[in-house]
Design a protein around this ligand. Structure first.
Ligand code: AHR
Length: 663
């Protein structure tokens, strides 16, 4: 993780600084159709979901009520209480979430008793869409109480505040679940949920786990449809979860514990989100984890979008940034519980329904195994303290589950002492993949497209697990940064024999609740904004091909010469070569492509081009407007076995040429 601080001087790093302005850029490329190729892994382009920037509660998890179980340390956080209302505990319906709210008839100081929930930066709702409200309630006298529930617009000027309302009779003794569907007739972005006691002739009511979901969620499984769909549209081959630093926590009780995230949502204990306080200048004091989006929902979502799950588990270490002293880490000789968590997670995902954890999976609604194949142990840990803890995990997992592919860490940086120490150690321990992280400068992305060209092919494979271009002084989403990501990614693609997985980070950010940027997707209560980095990821993923192809310029990969980058793949299903070219110059580039050694009777079909283009102000934050252009260029005349094709790549753009081959 790179720490950055308020007050950095904004220094614009224009792409033009990398190239000669006003000059025509040219390159000769040769695609050798007979050269050795390597398969592109289905996992090559994936997603990394971490609960940062309100990505889970307030984001992908569609719950609209904040602090639904009254478990936040300040029990009314997220709520505006009025009248005779208090937080109680001890005899609530859920033992791991012991608090609840008690609403008694108002005293002489107030006329109403009730609670408003402010949601996550407002409770948003849309006209004509339905919302399911549910809560657990108990009449204080064991007989009867009545509640009025409303979706309100606090800023309403002309109408009443209650956009839609209903009465709920709490008429059974003891704790019971009550449900009502609300369908507002107008849309409100910064609304509230209001619940108040109809206090005439009643002794009051206790309420707990107050939940409001849109009736429509992604596949009906509780995730916000628009955000989930944006993720699905990338067609990711991998889904890394749940972090990131949240895996570690800053103290052991705060670490992410997957066992707390399964079973009935009402009884999943609240956890503090370590991003709440990470950056004091963006303190997010109400950031907790309800864990409603837990490991079951994660496996289910991964399955629905066709992504292989890659869980990351705690290795017995808390965040080393906050805890640099190795002696605070969990004792190496007492790691049994942590190792058992890993083995049990494999059982939860893949075990038979006659096993303890497999049975829970079935009970939750998924008797079939989730087919877990990959497991990462430790996030971006470093030092001997990581290696000595990872070792017993590797031994235990290999023994019990030799089929599992193990991912180890190379630390928080793309190079340097820790990186150089960890790679050989990962080899020694026999990790299958090594996770590399790079939040790096524009210059780094410009200069590192060859990073993997000479990597050792014999050892573990590479997982580029967290990366994003962070130009100095411009750490926000803009077009130039994403173009450099596209440039760098030609190097991932060219080296797909050793790079098996790559995931940009972070994935999601609430417009009003972010701690870290840039991010791939921005959202608020009811809209989603895709960034240019999103489109870059999507273009790679949806044009990833099935095998690498050799593409050289003067016998070398085109990896930044004259501000140009290129890579090629072959796609068996489309029977086509897919060539990616990135031009970071302020001028159009002329590319002469020579396709050599095609099979004798082969001919080339019409070439399709897709490219990104900076049509709006590229300095705009979250830049994404009109990002994609499409065109087709006429079929080249193909004679014999060689084709010369002239390709044009617009200034500052990422172009994808699909060249069908009829064999
Ligand atoms: O992606 C944000 C953070 O960056 C991750 O939590 C961590 O792994 C890295 O330091």
């Amino acid at each position: 993780m790179q720490r950055f601080f308020k007050g950095t001087i904004a220094v614009a790093v224009a792409l033009s600084a990398f190239s000669v302005q006003g000059a025509t850029v040219t390159a000769n490329l040769t695609l050798d159709a007979s050269a050795k190729s390597a398969p592109i892994q289905p996992t090559m382009y994936g997603l990394f979901f971490e609960d940062i920037n309100y990505a889970a509660d307030g984001g992908l998890y569609a719950e609209k009520v904040k602090n639904r179980s009254f478990e936040f340390p300040h029990g009314f956080t997220g709520w505006i209480p009025y009248g005779n209302v208090s937080i109680e505990q001890g005899d609530g319906p859920f033992d791991r979430n012991p608090h609840y709210a008690r609403l008694l008839p108002p005293s002489h100081h107030s006329k109403q008793t009730g609670l408003d929930n402010e949601g996550f930066f407002g409770v948003s709702f849309k006209a004509g869409e339905s919302y399911n409200l549910s809560f657990y309630a108990r009449p204080v006298d064991g007989k009867y109480a009545e509640l009025r529930v409303e979706l309100v617009d606090p800023a309403s000027k002309t109408d009443g505040m209650d956009v839609v309302a209903a009465k709920v009779k709490v008429d059974k003794p003891g704790w019971n679940k009550y449900e009502v569907t609300l369908t507002p007739n107008r849309s409100v972005t910064k609304g509230r949920l209001r619940i108040y006691l109809r206090h005439k002739d009643t002794a009051g009511v206790d309420i707990d786990h107050v939940s409001l979901f849109p009736a429509e969620t992604f596949n009906g499984h509780g995730l916000r449809k628009d955000i989930a769909q944006a993720l699905a549209d990338i067609k990711p081959g991998l889904l890394r979860f749940p972090g990131g630093c949240v895996v570690e926590g800053t103290e052991f009780p705060d670490r992410y514990q997957w066992k707390n995230t399964v079973g009935p949502v009402e009884n999943r204990p609240l956890n503090i989100n370590r991003w709440q306080f990470e950056f004091p200048y963006r303190l997010s004091a109400d950031y907790y984890q309800s864990l409603g989006l837990g490991f079951y929902e994660y496996f289910q979502f991964a399955e629905e979008i066709g992504a292989a799950p890659l869980p990351v588990l705690n290795v017995g270490m808390v965040c080393q940034y906050e805890n640099p002293d190795p002696s605070v880490q969990w004792p190496v000789d007492s790691l049994e519980e942590y190792i058992q968590d890993a083995l049990d997670l494999i059982e939860f995902a893949n075990g038979g329904t006659d096993t303890r954890w497999g049975a829970l999976r079935a009970e939750m609604g998924h008797p079939a195994p989730f087919g877990l194949k990959y497991l990462a142990i430790g996030n971006e840990q470093w030092g001997p303290e990581y290696v000595e803890r990872l070792e017993p995990f590797v031994k235990a997992i290999r023994k019990a589950h030799p089929e599992i592919v193990i991912v180890g860490s190379s630390g928080p940086s793309a190079d340097g002492e820790q990186f150089d120490y960890l790679w050989p150690e990962m080899r020694r321990l026999g990790a299958d993949l090594v996770d590399e992280h790079y939040y790096q400068s524009a210059e780094w992305f410009r200069d590192n497209a060859s990073r993997y060209d000479n990597y050792d092919r014999k050892g573990p494979k590479v997982f580029a697990g967290e990366y994003a271009c962070h130009p100095k002084g411009r750490k926000f989403n803009h077009y130039d940064a994403s173009l450099l990501e596209a440039a760098f990614m030609t190097g991932l693609e060219r080296n797909a024999d050793v790079v098996h997985m790559a995931t940009y980070a972070p994935l999601l950010a609430h417009e009003e609740g972010w701690q870290w940027r840039p991010d791939m997707i921005w959202f608020d209560g009811d809209t989603v904004r895709l960034t240019s980095s999103y489109f870059v990821q999507q273009l790679y993923s949806t044009n990833k091909g099935t095998s690498t192809a050799s593409l050289l310029s003067d016998k070398k990969p085109l990896a930044g010469q004259n501000g140009l980058y290129a890579s090629a793949v072959y796609d068996t299903d489309a029977s086509a070569y897919i060539i990616k070219v990135v031009n970071i110059n302020p001028d159009e580039a002329d590319i002469n492509l020579d396709i050599e050694k095609l099979p004798k009777k082969a001919s080339l079909g019409e070439i399709k081009v897709l490219y990104t283009t900076p049509t709006a102000d590229p300095d705009d934050n979250y830049y994404s407007a009109d990002m994609l252009s499409h065109s087709t260029i006429a079929a080249p005349a193909v004679e014999k076995r060689t084709a010369d094709v002239a390709l044009k790549v617009p200034a500052r753009s990422f172009a994808i040429f699909t060249i069908p081959v009829k064999k």
